[in-house]
Ligand binder design. Structure first.
Ligand code: SF4
Length: 472
């Protein structure tokens, strides 16, 4: 029989104690809410016609634009990876045909949107965007710049891979106007790196990091993952110490999502994953190190320096979430370009084909490469606004929702408030007449609090729920 342990966590200077059962109770499969409704709710019956109509609806829109460009290629497979990637060492032989289709998609979208609308944010993600040569990066950027107008202070970001990114690529990115870099590290422990097939020593990462700092990028983010095979509290503590020496502006501390039924390669190291409470202990130690070093815990998996825009946006309640996680660019229409890319407009979500052959076929036949999507109902918008406030601010003033949606909160959400009482007893939330407040402990389980308001998840059968990663 397992005995109860009293667990302590020091978060942003506040010490919290809770019984160990809480971990088992709330560490359940659940969405990350980069959208609401979440992607499994989108429909294959939403296709080209629906997406075309949605874009036409936004033609008169004055909303600024956010562009996401997906570049799916990687040199080798990191065994933990859950992204949509194409592994190949063929270089330009495989990237050139992709870029020719991507440019066609860029031209199509550029011709439809009002040219006076400005790009406030652009992000290149992958895969490994720096799989492209410096010349290809330059050409792709030129194509985008010829079809869209960037705001003077546009946030232009890219994910780079320290193992394969050259000085020339970094210099090219900076010269073109990229001002934000995000680089994956995951863990510096050699045994962990060997097991996940990603050998990336600290010195190599530091060299690329320093190069980016010297080039004057405004912001550098580092991604870490806890819960990887062979990880220990001691080993990961050392990784975080090394990251703190680099002093990045933002840190994303992701929970490893073990989904071998979706990503078969993950099955190879299942027996080496941290067991029992060990994964939580790794996470707890990392949170404590980062907050003691002065980073603010924004929520879920994100940390930022106090002078970072994410903190300002959280303070003035303009922070929001999109497919890249937390963002300060609320109110933008997000258009995704490339294979598997996701778009998010006020009333619609849409996703492109996930496999290259289907994506190529659609573009070659002058069709839109959309695979699935969803038109958002007024009920979805109401719940999205609530979930967003919980995850971004940990604070939900009922009056805000009542004014925006013309409802009486307590009456409309009586069943949800009822279910929240159990979370209140477990000290995850505080329920007052005017507001719902996520407590310090509840911030670790924010997804569980948000899930209470997810009407679609609550209708979902258990088998489908299991497809989500666990909340811790
Ligand atoms: S480089 Fe990044 S995207 Fe590519 S396989 Fe590794 S983790 Fe996945």
């Amino acid at each position: 029989m397992r005995t109860t342990e009293l667990i302590e966590i020091d978060l942003q200077g506040e010490q919290v104690f809770f019984p160990s059962e809480i971990l088992g109770k709330y560490n359940q499969p659940g969405p990350r809410y980069t959208s609401y409704p979440t992607a499994p709710e989108w429909s294959d019956s939403f296709g080209e016609d629906e997406w075309q109509a949605a874009i036409e609806e936004t033609i008169a829109s004055r909303a600024p634009i956010s562009l996401y460009v997906h570049l799916p290629f990687c040199q080798s497979l990191c065994l933990f990876c859950g992204c949509n990637v194409v592994i190949s060492k063929k270089g330009e032989e495989i990237s050139a045909p992709y870029l020719s289709r991507l440019k066609k998609e860029i031209d199509w979208l550029g011709a439809r949107l009002d040219p006076s609308r400005r790009i406030e944010q652009m992000h290149w993600g992958g895969g490994t965007p720096t799989y492209l040569t410096a010349e290809q990066i330059e050409e792709l950027f030129a194509r985008l710049a010829s079809r869209f107008k960037f705001a003077d202070d546009a946030e232009i970001g890219i994910e780079i891979e320290p193992r394969t990114t050259s000085e020339e690529q970094c210099r090219t990115l900076r010269r073109l106007g990229f001002n934000r870099i995000s680089m994956g590290v995951q863990d510096f422990d050699p045994l962990v790196q060997k097991t996940i097939n990603r050998i990336q020593p600290y010195e190599m990462t530091k060299a690329v990091f320093d190069e980016c700092r010297n080039l004057g990028f405004d912001s550098i983010n580092i991604d870490l993952i806890y819960g990887l095979p062979h990880q220990t509290v001691e080993g990961f503590t050392q990784t975080v110490e090394k990251i703190l020496l680099l002093n990045p502006d933002r840190i994303a501390l992701f929970s490893y999502a073990h989904v071998p039924w979706l990503k078969k390669q993950q099955g190879s190291f299942a027996k080496h994953l941290p067991q029992g409470f060990e994964k939580f202990r790794i996470f707890r130690r990392a949170i404590e190190q980062l907050t003691e070093a002065g980073y603010r815990y924004i929520g879920m998996d994100h940390f930022a320096r106090p002078n970072d825009e994410l903190c300002h946006a959280q303070d003035d309640r303009t922070l929001t979430r999109n497919f890249q996680g937390y963002t300060t660019k609320a109110g933008c229409d997000l258009y995704g370009l490339g294979v598997s890319a996701i778009s998010s407009l006020e009333n619609v979500y849409a996703q492109n084909w996930r496999e290259l052959p289907s994506y190529y076929e659609a573009i070659d036949q002058d069709r839109l490469p959309v695979m699935r999507g969803l038109r958002i109902t007024p009920e979805d918008k109401l719940r999205r606004a609530i979930i967003n406030r919980i995850l971004c601010h940990g604070f939900l003033p009922k009056a805000e929702i009542e004014q925006e949606f013309g409802i009486e909160f307590d009456e409309r959400f009586a069943p949800e408030l009822d279910r929240l009482r159990e979370l209140e007893q477990d000290q995850l939330v505080r329920l007052d007449r005017e507001a719902i407040t996520v407590t310090t402990l509840g911030r670790i389980f924010m997804r569980n609090v948000a899930m209470i308001f997810d009407a679609r998840l609550n209708r979902t059968d258990q088998a489908r729920r299991q497809t989500f990663s666990r909340t811790l």
